[in-house]
Structure formats: C-alpha cells, structure tokens
Design a protein around this ligand. Structure first.
Ligand code: ASP
Length: 455
C-alpha cells in the first residue's frame, strides 16, 4: 500500500489534477492520496494558502473581504470547471469560507489556522469529487474523522502518536482516500495547522500510522539535487540517501521536503520517494534507513541564512558548574529554541534562527545573561549563514573537513564556527551571509566536480 502526497504545484490547475489521476490510477497500490492546497501555476502566481492568509488578515482588520474571498473561490471554480465539473463545488467552497470567516476572531491564531486549513480541506473535497465524477471509487476523509491528532501549542504544532490507531483504519476503507494535508485537530477538537509546507508532514504521519510500504511525495522536480539548482548549474541528482541525510539537507534549506516530515516515516522505517508529477517516470530520490557511504561520502551541500549568534565569554567558564545550564535556561524561559551551541574553554555561543528571536526578546535575553551570569562579554551578531556538508559516515572519513576548510579558504572567506562531531552525518560551517554563495560554489566544485566520489 502506498501513501502519496501531491504538493501545491501538482494540484494547481485542472491540467495538473489530471496528471494526479493518471499517477494514482496507474498503480492500484496508491490507496491514500494527501493533497496540498492549489499552489502556483507560474512563478508570479499566488498560492491559495497565501490568498487565504490575505483574506483572513482583511477579515481580522475588519476590512472589506469580498474581492479577496472571490479570488479564492474563483481559483477553485476555474479548476472545477476546467475539469468538466459544474460550479456546485465552488458554491460549496464559498459557503464554507463564509462560515469560517464568520467565526469568532478573538483568538487570531486559531482564526488564521481555520482559514489556512480551508485550502487543503476544500481541495481534498474537490479532488475526491473529481475522482468520483470520472468513475473512480474515492472518498474524502477529514483529519477529524481520520484521527490526525496534534499537540495544542498553536505556534509549535506536532502530531500526537495517539491518533495512529484511528489513522491505521484508513487502510480498510473502500476505494481511494483523499486526505487534506497541513492540519489536524487537538484532543479537544481544535483545528491546528502545521507550519508552511506542512502537507508533507501529514503524508508522513499517515504513511507511518498505516504502515504503508512506501510514502511517495510528488512535487515539481525530478529529484533532490546535491546542491541548490538556483545557485549551482545542473547539480548532481541524488538517487538514494538516508533519512538522516535528508533531515540535515531539509533543515538547511532544501525545500523539496519539509524537515519535520521525515520523523514519522523514519520511526516506522517507511521508505520515502520524492517524485515529479510532471515526469513520473523519472526515478526520483529514494530515502531509506541505510546506504553504503563508501560509495559516496558527501551526498549534498546545503546553506541556510538568517541566523543570529549570541556569544558569551567569561574567564574560567570551564570551572563554573551549571553555567551552560543556566544560560540555556534563560532561552528556555524566554521560549526561544536554539540550533547550535559551539563552545570554547571560556566561551559559548548560542545560535538561533533570527526569525524566532524578536528584537524585544533578544534585548531581554542579553540583559538577563548580563545580570544572571555576569559574563565578561555578550556579543550578538546577525546575518549568519550555516553551510552544511552532508553525508553518511562524515565522522569516519578522514580528510573531508580539511578539504572543505581549504575550499572555503580559497574563496577568501572566514569561517566563524565549525561544528563537526555532534552529528554523524554533517559538518556545519557558520559564515557571514555575504560569503554564502561563493562558498557553496567552491564546495560543490571540491566534492562534486573535481573529485566526484560516486562509484
Ligand atoms: N498549503 C500549505 C502551504 O502553502 C501547506 C503545503 O502546501 O504543504 O504552506
């Protein structure tokens, strides 16, 4: 049994949805179909989710909503009509959206979640209706009935394993199940969306809960590439990699697959296949538990910007028991998660994603560090990038770090932080944002052009 998920561009138009039909009907094992909201049809287009956010913001600001509402409804209507169906489904979508818009606005996060979820929810209903319309046995199942249970912290929504037993029953329902991605319900029935791109997570949760043989993630590229194709021309395609490698690459900006989506599949050892809706015969990228790393030591190079470093220096820090705990506790109490904590004898840096550290929080944290830990210096620096070299066996192969560091040195850039060892599969370099692109190019040359290690 296969769970397949189709991303926004795969369901952006009638033409794309017909490709979905071909893919689903070409293999009878494709039983559960998870869908995103309609995405972009061309690069300047708007995703339905973004249209819904605009609409919700207008409603929250008590502005006129009619034009924004019509933008969403007409997107769905044009897809339905192009698919040869009548406008009934679009009328139903309009009714649904008006009902959501009329709900209580006091909890703005919840209001926004309900509006955002409408994209996937209505798209799943429309696609299920289309499958039935063309004679396929199919039904829409809502995350509430299906049992997609999530935690109740609105800003950090995670799936709860308690829902798995109910989700497992999806396997036994007749025909094809069309399930909306991106949202679930808390134990008390409150709707919550995952963060952006979260339909990948839904697919993975369902694949794990139903013990699928395969989780196929259909998107708009042939495979995952060894480096970002907008920076490196024609990068090498990755045909197979491990969950850990994908996790590291997704974390550091490989947007092909959501970084939180791997965990459920990984825990149940469900292989994940990244495929292209527009070229389904391409082999894609298979993500599995293990691979022979001797064949290819470095699988990919990723970079992500938008990091802030809070550097704390105190003479004899190494002898001060509890210093690290107290420092991290400040972050915990201020509700800020951190990414890396490189340390020296007398210093420790906390690296966080700048988007999670509002200015007022930054100020408060720095003040608290000064007051509670009495350091010699606290220095905050913004605009950092993390360059991540990923490959199984990174720890066991001698010379890789030296090669990477020399490649970076050739660009004339400074390395502000190196983190090797904590992860078995990655080597992380903290560098200035302005150096990111040239470093990526040089590292790619080093590991994939000059001495490509694949055998
Ligand atoms: N539609 C949502 C987004 O645009 C979720 C998804 O497509 O995976 O972020």
């Amino acid at each position: 049994m296969i769970v397949c998920k189709f991303g926004g561009t795969s369901v952006a138009s009638a033409e794309q949805i017909r490709k979905v039909v071909d893919i689903v009907s070409s293999n009878k094992d494709r039983k559960i179909v998870v869908v995103s909201a309609p995405g972009k049809r061309f690069s300047e287009d708007m995703k339905v989710t973004d249209l819904l956010i605009l609409l919700a913001n207008k409603a929250l600001a008590n502005e006129d909503i009619e034009a924004a509402l019509s933008d969403v409804v007409e997107r769905f209507r044009s897809i339905a009509l192009d698919l040869g169906m009548d406008g009934t489904i679009a009328d139903e979508i309009e009714t649904d959206l008006r009902e959501r818009l009329g709900r209580d606005k006091e909890d703005t996060l919840l209001y926004m979640d309900k509006m955002k979820a409408a994209g996937e929810d209505n798209n799943a209903k429309m696609i299920a209706a289309y499958f039935s319309f063309i004679g396929m046995e199919a039904q829409y199942v809502s995350p509430k009935e299906g049992g997609l249970l999530v935690s109740d912290r609105p800003e950090r929504v995670r799936a709860l394993p308690e829902g798995d037993n109910r989700l497992a029953k999806l396997r036994d329902l007749p025909g094809i199940i069309v399930f909306p991605g991106f949202f679930g319900y808390t134990n008390d029935g409150t709707i919550r969306t995952f963060n952006r791109g979260g339909s990948d997570i839904t697919g993975s949760i369902i694949a794990a809960a139903t013990k699928a043989d395969l989780y196929e993630n259909f998107t708009d590229v042939d495979s995952v590439f060894a480096a970002n194709p907008t920076i490196i021309e024609n990068p090498v395609a990755i045909d197979k990699m491990t969950y850990r490698e994908m996790r590291e690459l997704a974390y550091a900006g490989f947007s092909v697959f959501h970084d939180e989506a791997l965990i459920p599949a990984f825990r149940k050892s469900i292989p994940v296949s990244i495929k292209n809706t527009n070229n389904p015969n391409a082999p894609g990228t298979l993500i599995v538990k293990e691979r022979d790393y001797n064949e290819q030591q470095v699988i990919g190079i990723a970079a992500d910007s938008g990091f802030t470093t809070i550097y704390v220096d105190k003479y004899l820090m190494n002898l001060e028991i509890g210093f690290g705990r107290r420092l991290l506790q400040i972050f915990e109490e201020e509700d800020i998660s951190y990414e890396h904590t490189p340390s020296g004898i007398d210093n420790l840096s906390i690296i966080v994603r700048t988007r999670y550290l509002p200015e007022d929080k930054e100020k408060k944290i720095v003040e608290r560090i000064h007051k509670e830990l009495e350091p010699d210096a606290v220095i905050v620096e913004h605009d950092y990038s993390m360059i991540v070299l990923v490959g199984e066996g990174m720890q066991y192969t001698t010379g890789l770090a030296a090669r990477a560091a020399s490649a970076i040195a050739r660009t004339g850039s400074n390395i502000d932080m190196i983190n090797q060892g904590s992860s078995e599969v990655s080597l992380v370099f903290g560098v200035k944002k302005q150096d990111e692109t040239k470093i990526l190019k040089e590292l790619y040359k080093e590991f994939f052009v000059n001495s490509f290690t694949r055998v």
